[in-house]
Design a protein around this ligand. Structure first.
Ligand SMILES: Cc1ncc(C[n+]2csc(CCOP(=O)(O)OP(=O)(O)O)c2C)c(N)n1
Ligand SMILES: [Mg+2]
Length: 363
């Protein structure tokens, strides 16, 4: 894809495929027969939809970064480098039926569940026609099956456990999914919610999104084991790890988890290993470079989830022209959404509307 020197992490600007990592992308899937079977049953179109999803996620974030740099907004929380951990799992769900609760770094879940990108961007502008009427930059849309994130990290875990419990009680073959940051796993709410889901055997998927950092605290400062591999067993539930920079691995692992949920086998705890290629938000990118060694950025920068997936698709016979056409389409979609959202700035909410929609009506 086109790289953006003004907005991309420096490691992405001149991104070149590393042959060993390109081979590794494929062998990660091939080394797991069940996942390999799921990937081989994907149609060429579904594989391209995953590619568009990754591009949409990246370009949405680039638009926000552009807005920060040009003074439209003061700050944005991005998912750069972690796109596959959001896009793969959402595509593995039954959209229109299942429910997701993205955290702010999983914004791409909104558009991949069908929300207009313009609405996602409007949330940052707090316009009257934004999803929460200007109340909050956290985005959700119940009709699209997307819960608006609660700012308190970890709190979506018990919410998702509760929604999954209703699916179980109503005997609906539906799945509820949320992502939990490595740091957020340390919250009481995440622990209570995961344990509740475990003992009630509800159809919930929890994805631990281990991007190696929580704000400015490195993983080893808040987590003594070197990874999360033992966590599913500690709750007595099924779990698996996937490569958080490999959209196909993320997709296949979630498909397996969702099928288990739908057939009444209880919740799943998936662990995604990935890396935050920027700051916690746009305000602390310099600090993030001090939090981690330059080597770590170099290592993970080579594993750009979009670059690696492009190489995979090319090996599968997808032409550069097809990739380019898709990129042009998604670019146009995001640029149009940005123009629409900016036009909404004429519609700022009246102060009194803050009192509306706080409580559900009785009728
Ligand atoms: C309960 C609670 N404590 C602290 C915060 C402030 N806070 C927001 S994001 C964050 C770090 C979360 O780290 P992690 O769960 O690893 O997610 P990441 O940002 O890395 O995606 C913190 C401490 C909060 N929002 N909620
Ligand atoms: Mg984290």
């Amino acid at each position: 894809m086109k790289r953006f020197p003004a907005f991309d992490p420096p490691e992405y600007v001149d991104w070149k495929p590393d042959p060993a990592l390109v081979r590794g992308f494929r062998s990660t899937i091939e080394s797991h027969p069940e996942r390999a079977g799921i990937v081989s049953s994907l149609t060429p179109d579904s594989k391209l939809l995953l590619y568009s999803g990754l591009l949409r996620a990246r370009l949405h974030d680039i638009e926000l970064k552009r807005w920060v740099r040009t003074g439209v907004i003061s700050k944005a929380w991005l998912g750069t480098g972690e796109e596959a951990t959001t896009v793969g799992p959402v595509h593995a769900l039954e959209r229109g039926k299942d429910i997701v609760a993205p955290m702010i770094r999983n914004a791409a879940a909104c558009c991949e569940m069908g929300m207009p990108i313009a609405d996602m961007l409007r949330a940052y502008l707090a316009t009257a026609d934004s999803p929460s009427g200007g109340r909050d930059l956290h985005v959700g849309s119940f009709p699209h099956g997307v819960l608006q994130p609660i700012s308190h990290v970890g709190d979506m875990v018990p919410v998702i456990a509760g929604i999954a419990l209703t699916f179980k009680i109503k005997r609906e073959p539906r799945v509820a999914l949320t992502w939990v940051g490595d740091g957020s796993t340390k919250s009481a709410a995440a622990h209570e919610g995961t344990n509740f889901a475990a003992v009630q055997r509800v159809p919930a998927i929890f994805i631990v999104q281990n991007n190696q950092v929580a704000l400015g605290t490195r993983l080893e400062q808040h987590h003594l084991p070197s990874n999360f591999k033992d966590w599913p067993a500690s709750y007595g539930i099924w779990g698996a790890s996937f490569d958080g920079n490999n959209v196909l691995d993320a997709y296949a692992a979630t498909r397996i988890a969702a099928e288990r949920c739908r057939s009444g086998q209880g919740p799943a705890l998936l662990i995604a290993e990935t890396f935050r290629m920027g700051g916690h938000a746009t305000h602390d990118e310099r600090e993030a470079r001090e939090t981690f060694s330059a080597d770590l950025f170099t290592t993970w920068g080579k594993r750009d989830p979009i670059g690696l997936y492009e190489e995979y698709l090319k090996e599968e016979g997808v032409s550069e022209r097809t990739l380019g056409e898709l990129e042009a389409k998604v670019t146009d979609e995001v640029e149009r959404a940005a123009r629409e959202a900016l036009a909404s700035r004429e519609k700022m909410p009246d102060g009194k509307t803050a009192l509306e929609g706080v409580y559900a009506s009785r009728n």
